[in-house]
Design a protein around this ligand. Structure first.
Ligand SMILES: [Zn+2]
Length: 244
């Protein structure tokens, strides 16, 4: 393996390592999720540094003996400074990063593009943060093959009627008709279903412009977070116990 590796990546996590180093978890376009060490990043002014949610080109050295990547240099593409200045943006970005890590697979190229765009939107104060989270989770759950179009039941194939309320199959982690799952543990009402179905056909940016009133927005966000929780099979650490 080439010992010098350059990757375009997003910092998913940054952790202290002893008194002077940092360990970073990166999501890269080509290598997927990788762990790297940034030596002296906490103590030396001249050492290369990168922080959580930043996107950049990372110049790495790979040590084949201990199988470790270390950071040689970084050129930021999007520092996403706006996220760090807004508590709601930090929580939103943390939810997206946690779901990305918990559902990681071998092919992360589309996930990378999705996360990079979503972080750009969170960085921009003009977009509603809840809607960025809704649209990110919707698109990543679709990427995982668990959403078709909200127009027919993915289990039995029957077409939904306009006023149908959907239930949820915990076995398959999909929204489905009330014949396929009779116990309403997680329901999707017609208006919310229409919103999800309609915006799924749009670009991410166009979907963010679709207006939602506050109570509908919060209800749909809670629905998407509960769905993601079912897929992860564990609660979000990012939400702690205070929210949701
Ligand atoms: Zn069905």
């Amino acid at each position: 393996m080439n010992r010098n590796v350059n990757v375009q990546a997003i910092v998913l996590k940054a952790r202290k390592d002893g008194d002077s180093n940092r360990n970073l978890t990166l999501l890269s376009v080509d290598e997927g999720i990788i762990e790297i060490r940034a030596f002296r990043s906490r103590t030396s002014k001249s050492a290369p540094k990168a922080y959580q949610f930043q996107e950049g080109m990372f110049f790495l050295y790979y040590n084949p003996v201990n199988k470790q990547y270390s950071l040689k240099d970084v050129q930021l593409i999007s520092p996403h400074d706006g996220i760090k200045q807004n508590y709601e943006a930090i929580i939103s970005a943390s939810i997206m990063v946690e779901f990305t890590m918990r559902t990681a697979n071998d092919d992360m190229a589309n996930t990378y593009q999705l996360l990079a765009r979503a972080l750009d939107f969170l960085d921009d104060a003009s977009f509603e943060k809840d809607v960025v989270v809704i649209q990110f989770l919707l698109r990543l759950i679709k990427e995982h093959g668990l959403i078709e179009d909200f127009k027919k039941c993915p289990v039995c194939g029957s077409t939904y009627k306009e006023k149908d309320i959907l239930n949820f199959s915990h076995e398959l982690n999909v929204a489905c008709c009330s014949n396929c799952e009779k116990i309403p543990t997680l329901i999707l009402r017609p208006k919310a279903r229409l919103y999800l179905s309609y915006t799924l056909g749009m670009s991410f940016e166009d979907a963010l412009a679709v207006k939602l009133n506050e109570s509908t927005r919060i209800r749909i966000k809670n629905y998407m977070i509960t769905w993601a929780t079912c897929i992860m099979n564990r609660p979000f650490n990012s939400l702690g116990s205070a929210i949701n």
